[in-house]
Design a protein around this ligand. Structure first.
Ligand code: CMP
Length: 130
């Protein structure tokens, strides 16, 4: 897992020790073509970093974005405590690293490089919503 984390830009600026700690937190999750990761309106308990593959982001059944590695998704509900604002569905075989809410929140509170990557995307994505 450590070797996998080292190749993922989301974790790029972290030390070896940090990566070791994170490797205890993350779980690999695989999704097949058309498999739904979660639905708009669901309660959010985890976020996902795409290691390989591609997902669709759908709001009210309309596609609003496609995300591929090295992007991530599912962060907004964890930051805002709002329900999932879109459905996410795999478009092809997709491998992700999943982080639970408490671990994700700890990371954004303690790792500035992660906090800045997440806040940049949250602001950009939120601007596309409203
Ligand atoms: P969350 O609200 O937890 O669940 C749906 C996810 O879709 C959201 O987090 C973001 O990760 C992602 N998302 C929402 N809007 C956009 C957008 N405009 N562009 C890319 N991804 C988005």
């Amino acid at each position: 897992m450590l070797e996998i984390l080292k190749q993922i830009p989301f974790f790029a600026e972290l030390s070896e020790d940090d990566l070791k700690a994170i490797s205890e937190m993350v779980q690999m999750q695989y999704f097949g073509p058309d498999q739904v990761v979660f639905e708009q309106g669901d309660y959010g308990e985890e976020m996902y970093v795409i290691k390989r593959g591609k997902v669709q982001v759908l709001r009210d059944d309309k596609m609003i974005a496609e995300l591929a590695e090295p992007s991530f998704f599912g962060e907004m509900a964890l930051v805002s405590e709002e329900p999932r604002n879109a459905t996410v569905k795999a478009m092809e075989e997709t491998e992700t690293l999943m982080l639970k809410k408490e671990d994700f929140r700890e990371l954004i509170q303690t790792k500035p490089s992660i906090a800045s990557a997440v806040s940049y995307e949250v602001v950009k994505r939120a601007n596309q919503i409203y």
